[in-house]
Design a protein around this ligand. Structure first.
Ligand code: NAD
Ligand code: DAU
Length: 336
């Protein structure tokens, strides 16, 4: 099978490429990635000589480049996106362009090439926010209610993908996943920012009161869920993927990181809140468990320990990522 993977040089995409080549060595992968600030070929160093792996630098908003590259592909796995909520607040139009228009370009090309499957990677953020201290969870039937330009653009892309199934019969599946963490996580997101700041002797910025709740999932568990959907998922269907069995507020997770890294609470710095900050996410992943047999294998404690160890042993990776343009973004986001 030949997979056309978009955004394979990003955090989840590169973990997926590693996962797939190991698990399905007979398959081949074409990684189509623009290499924005978040795309990093260093993430794929150990597979670049694998004869089953090819990289093409290209933009999903460029119909001709996409059409040429997708030729001969059986399955599209679409990760490419602008993915950071805070950046979407600074520059929403880029998110509409990449996440909505780019997805439309891919869908058109997938139709023309008659691919066997178009799998769209989406997020639990499309459902909006849940109240704190409640048992409510997002399910496959929850209505869309996005709050940030990022989640609104992802919601738009989900609707387009479903429209191509309903209108043209394109064989699609969608997964809406919760917060991933693990190796190659870009240090603008909470966990890698916290870990690398502590390794640099800096403080961890916690937004607002810190009592926001996310549903954390170790990235390899996400990759395995996508594999289950590609091999056993029902065409036209949406699957929710999540990892937590209990709510843990951001500040409590940060304290776990502090303990694992031998630091105390003086390393926490409360900073201004994110506008439109969603209070709580919680994903009911019982449908994918029941129908496809998937469940997460890492707990938050085991996953965090592995992740911290990865960042400790891959200092040159994150030091390079945190130099250059990253510094300007950090200033804009945290020092105003
Ligand atoms: P990321 O920001 O780390 O990587 C995005 C990748 O897409 C980068 O390699 C980038 O170069 C590429 N890209 C961006 N614009 C492009 C374009 N126009 N053409 C081609 N490539 C382009 O993102 P991530 O965290 O790995 O997320 C991957 C996908 O998973 C996204 O669709 C995101 O919405 C979704 N998602 C992420 C999470 C999470 O916790 N990170 C959770 C649920 C869903
Ligand atoms: O829920 C899935 C989503 O998870 C994905 O769709 C997004 O692509 C991904 O970026 C992530 O979004 P979040 O906004 O939840 O992740 P982030 O790591 O930016 O923030 C996690 C929580 O931590 C959130 O409540 C905001 C808070 N936070 C974040 C940063 C960067 C802080 O308190 N301090 C920070 O410095």
């Amino acid at each position: 099978m030949k997979l056309f993977v978009t955004g394979g040089a990003g955090f989840i995409g590169s973990n997926f490429v590693h996962y797939w080549l190991k698990k399905h060595p007979e398959d081949s992968i074409l990684n189509f990635d623009k290499l924005t600030y978040a795309g990093n070929l260093e993430n794929l160093k150990d597979v670049e000589t694998n004869p089953h792996y090819t990289f093409i630098q290209g933009d999903i908003c460029d119909p001709e480049a996409v059409h040429r590259a997708m030729q001969g592909s059986d399955v599209v796995v679409h990760f490419a996106a602008e993915s950071h909520v805070d950046r979407s607040i600074l520059d929403p139009s880029l998110f509409v362009k990449t996440n909505v228009e780019g997805t439309a370009v891919l869908l058109n090309s997938a139709l023309e090439h008659k691919v066997q499957r178009f799998h769209h990677i989406s997020t639990d953020e499309v459902f909006g926010a849940l109240p704190l201290n409640s048992e409510l969870m997002f399910t496959e039937h929850t209505a869309y209610h996005p709050h940030s330009p990022y989640s609104a653009s992802k919601a738009g892309s989900d609707h387009l993908v479903r429209a191509y199934f309903d209108t043209y019969g394109l064989p699609i599946t969608i997964s809406n996943c919760s917060n991933n963490y693990g190796p190659f996580h870009f240090p603008e997101k909470l966990f890698p920012l916290a870990i690398t700041n502590l390794l640099e002797g800096k403080k961890v910025p916690v937004y607002g009161d810190g009592l926001y709740v996310r549903d954390w999932l170790y990235v390899e568990d996400h990759c395995r869920a996508i594999d289950c959907i590609l091999s056993k998922g029902e065409i036209g269907k949406t699957y929710l993927i999540g990892g937590m069995s209990q709510d843990i507020p951001n500040v409590e997770i940060v304290k776990k990181i502090l303990t694992l890294m031998g630091k105390d609470e003086s390393s926490i710095e409360y900073v201004k809140d994110r506008p439109g900050h969603d209070r709580r996410y919680a994903v009911d992943w019982s449908m994918i468990h029941r129908e496809l047999g998937w469940e997460p294998t890492e707990s938050i404690d085991s996953g965090l320990a592995k992740t911290i160890e990865w960042f400790q042993t891959n200092e040159s990776w994150w030091k390079r990522v945190k130099s250059g343009a990253y510094q300007e973004y950090y200033k804009k986001q945290y020092e105003t």
